[in-house]
Design a protein around this ligand. Sequence first.
Ligand SMILES: Nc1ncnc2c1ncn2[C@@H]1O[C@H](COP(=O)(O)OP(=O)(O)OP(=O)(O)O)[C@@H](O)[C@H]1O
Ligand SMILES: [Mg+2]
Length: 261
Amino acid sequence: MTAPNLTVKDLSVAIEGKEILKGFNIEVKGGEIHAIMGPNGTGKSTLASALMGHPKYEVTDGEVSFNGKDLLEMEVDERAREGLFLAMQYPSEISGITTADFLRSAINSKRGEGNEISLMKFIRQLDKKMEILEMDEKYSQRYLNEGFSGGEKKRNEILQLLMTEPKIAILDEIDSGLDIDALKVVANGVNAMRSPEFGCLIITHYQRLLNYITPDFVHVMMQGRIVKSGGPELAARLEAEGYDWIKEELGIEDETVGQKA
Ligand SMILES: Nc1ncnc2c1ncn2[C@@H]1O[C@H](COP(=O)(O)OP(=O)(O)OP(=O)(O)O)[C@@H](O)[C@H]1O
Ligand SMILES: [Mg+2]
């Protein structure tokens, strides 16, 4: 198996005619964990949505290649089948479909017709992964995210990650709303995925998560692009000093995007 690779080159994205991402660049390879940090409203979730192919987000410039293929030419479900995964900042609730059914159909759509996972094997895997995440079995029989607490939803996103075994995952604020124990559990889940066959992009506001999942690279996003990159020490400095020093260093006054008409 070749190592996965997601390369984003000079990506610009607009929503309803407003430019949000402006010349965004990153390369995520198998075995690597990247963290993206940055003030509110700087385009982090927009990046995640655009890469997954959300129809509202219009790519106005740039290129994205995923395992050597043109990602922007792929349909949304094709992106998932190729092994791209997004854990959303605000996971949606789907009434009428249980978490287990959802997971099984997600796995099967990747495996393709005639190659479906057996029920026994599916249940074995589900049990194993739910154990890693210290989730009670009953959640698998509840409708997807319906009535789940904030933290339960986040755990459920990581359950999807562990069950579908993507090649590249984007985790958008997977730590928000988690208590300290849940944070460790979620970090364990992500760490369990670590391998040369898996690359990860973690969007977070807090150094805290990065104490449990050590990133190889830390990037700071402002004005719809990466303005500074470094190692884990960069996250530690942000935690201690905030973002003002970067803004000063780069002469940035307003770090947000899409505010002006
Ligand atoms: N679907 C949308 N419709 C209208 N505006 C949008 C949409 N998605 C994003 N925006 C705007 O784009 C800008 C960037 O939003 P985005 O969600 O990417 O920020 P973020 O960096 O993820 O912020 P946060 O840290 O608060 O999650 C914001 O001004 C936001 O209002
Ligand atoms: Mg966001």
